[in-house]
Write a protein that binds this ligand. Structure first.
Ligand SMILES: *C/C=C(C)/C=C/C=C(C)/C=C/C1=C(C)CCCC1(C)C
Length: 232
């Protein structure tokens, strides 16, 4: 292969289109930061960091796919290891804006997200049994869901949240539950039976598009809503 993207290669084209969307989203969050009030400004900065980091990785991953026709596995996980913890930081920032939040909650969420990703990586590269690693990754994800629906994070949101912060928190936890569920689906379709790198990559790509951009849009909506002044 000559490194040129074939327009009929829909997986390759999805890398391309999402690169453009990530760049556009980064500019959007960055510029809109001016309209946000108080502590919400930092949240928009972090949203722009997430899509910005993803944009760089998407440009590169598109090249790997076009050149080799194989999954850009290492760069995918480097991207996730940078951006998923940043999204965890977002959750924490929203809670920290409304209440005094212990650092242990932050670390529990952070460690769970890293365990989830490291397990997935070791399963995908074949260091661990692919399904054993999957179970470990699922358990870590389910722990995060527990924390934001039932655990301490959910209690802080319910007790101290303002209208804007609650709407934002509730939308973000929906993304972490429903939006993030697309990833294990991609993993299963990528490795069950004969396995399919096409299915794996197209599903991961769509999931990133949704979860990184929608995540930022939810924060943007809260940051620029009139009630955001409550937490300024
Ligand atoms: C911007 C990137 C994001 C939000 C990536 C999220 C990735 C996941 C939620 C991955 C989840 C996985 C499991 C729950 C089981 C093991 C396999 C993974 C790593 C794909």
């Amino acid at each position: 292969m000559d490194g040129q993207l074939n327009p009929s290669d829909f997986v390759g084209m999805s890398f391309w289109i999402i690169s453009a969307a990530m760049v556009a989203a980064t500019f959007f969050f960055w510029v809109e930061r001016d309209r946000a009030v108080g502590k919400w400004k930092t949240s928009l900065t972090v949203a722009a960091m997430v899509t910005g980091i993803a944009a760089i990785h998407y440009f590169y991953m598109r090249g790997v796919w076009a050149d080799t026709g194989t999954s850009p596995l290492v760069f995918r996980y480097v991207d996730w290891l940078l951006t998923v913890p940043l999204q965890i930081v977002e959750f924490y920032l929203i809670l920290a804006a409304i209440a005094v939040v212990g650092a242990s909650l932050f670390w529990r969420l952070m460690i769970a997200s890293v365990v989830m990703l490291v397990a997935g990586y070791l399963g995908e590269v074949g260091t661990f049994n692919v399904w054993g690693a999957f179970v470990v990754g699922m358990a870590a994800w389910i722990y995060i869901i527990y924390e934001i629906f039932i655990g301490e994070a959910s209690k802080i949101n319910a007790e101290s949240g303002t209208e804007a912060s609650k709407t934002c928190f509730n939308a973000l936890r929906l993304i972490v539950t429903v939006g993030w569920a697309i990833y294990p689906l991609g993993y299963v379709l990528g490795y069950a039976g004969a396995g399919s790198p096409e299915a794996l990559n197209i599903i991961y790509n769509l999931a990133d598009f949704l979860n990184k951009i929608a995540f930022g849009v939810v924060i943007w909506a809260a940051a620029t809503s009139s009630s955001a002044t409550e937490t300024a």
